[in-house]
Design a protein around this ligand. Sequence first.
Ligand code: GLC
Length: 524
Amino acid sequence: MSKLEWWQEGVVYQIYPLSFHDSNGDGAGDLPGIASRLDYLQWLGVDAIWLSPIYPSPMADFGYDVSNYTDVNPMFGTLADLDRLIAEAHRRGLRLLLDLVPNHTSTQHPWFLESRKSRDNPKRSWYIWKDGSPDRPPNNWLSIFGGSAWEWDDRTDQYYYHAFLKEQPDLNWRNPEVQQAMLDAIRFWLERGVDGFRIDVIWHLIKDSLFRDNPANPCYTPDQSPYLSLLTRYSADQPEVHDVIKRIRDVVDSYGERVLLGEIYLPVERAIEYYGREGSGLHLPFNFQLIQLPWNAAAISRAIEDYERQLPTYGWPNWVLGNHDKPRVASRIGSAQVRVAAMLLLTLRGTPTIYYGEEIGMSDAAIAPEQIRDTREYRQPGRGRDPVRTPMQWNSERYAGFTAGSPWLPVHSNYATINVKSQRSDPTSVLALYRRLIQLRRSEPALTRGSYRSIPAPQGVIAYLREAEGRKLQIALNLTSQPQTAPVHGLVGRIIVSTILDTDAGPVKESLSLRADEGVIVEV
Ligand code: GLC
């Protein structure tokens, strides 16, 4: 097998900068704070960090509303702080990825301020302006954050389109000037040494040129977000998006050894299109199946199998358990299963991404009404994302060691026990397991590059084989809270890791006894 790229062998770690570490006591995390925690990330063994947006922004959507693509929000620090962070990361062998938000800007971005001024402003066509009347928007498209996606603007008596908040107008990516401007921003960061980007809502970049109404979703049920009442046939995932991505990819490729990850919430058969023709698109279109599927062995085994089968030969797989938009894995599947999930994430074929705090088993925090920061919670109660964005739990001191001030979101009440410091000194902690699995991945070609094959297992158990260079590892994961017995592939083997981390490696014959909520890796 040819040599793998760093982003194929490596583990990505997502940092939500507001919540990682606050260096100046203002209650919000910042770049020097992240720099001060790089030793921890190096110790953990991850290879790359992806920072959610750090650009100047009015923070209507916490940085996903960018008002300048080539600077740093003073809240997080300065460009010089970012340069230092890149250098410090590189010195430790860590890569650094930024979050690129090309689909929309802030209403405060100078481009939009211009565009909004008059119908004949040179920047007018940088955004999506359409006729209508105050009570009749141009079409039925909905905003993901609730209501119509069209905002009436009195100044010029037209609507502008926003797939998210009205403070986040969508750019018109059919305009070559917009493309050039964004490619320039990409070059700006690549020149500074950034190792690539996670691209926000990339499947939204191009919309139907005729702006046709979206059809109703026949499978919609009222318990779902109203946004899902329509299919997004015309508002997203248009064929021309792949030409645009190819242009981004060409720029990135001209710098060598960089990577593009892309956020895509689409069914697998659509999402894998984003690898582009012959792999000329994204290196890693995010695969969110482990976030979306019920925590059920049969459903997950089937999904892995289908994904593996559908991937094109040039498509490298990837897996994710959580991010800054979705409930934390510990809350979704229960803390007893967190270790099993970690073993799944880190032993499947492909690049894993860890969301900060996952490695210590952080769960969603309760947010009191007066603590709500994500305005989505007001618009769509229950869908706010504050519970998954609370400060990283470093130790059992005040505010979990996150800040010397008062944190922008409350610290989870469990921080006295769920924190890095106490788990670092416990050889059987969730953190110890993450570290052990990351180390093992690195040292075992069967895990980093080996083939994947599912093997028969009793109900409630996921079992598969990873194999490379004559070495075979069997993974068996008990997704239930009852003991299970699974066959040992090839009949004899030796357990090299149990998620419980309490037993020494031991031989196994014919059958494997899995304790409740246990996963094991067996050398066979
Ligand atoms: C992506 C981000 C999310 C943001 C949205 C709009 O889904 O992950 O946090 O609100 O895009 O930019």
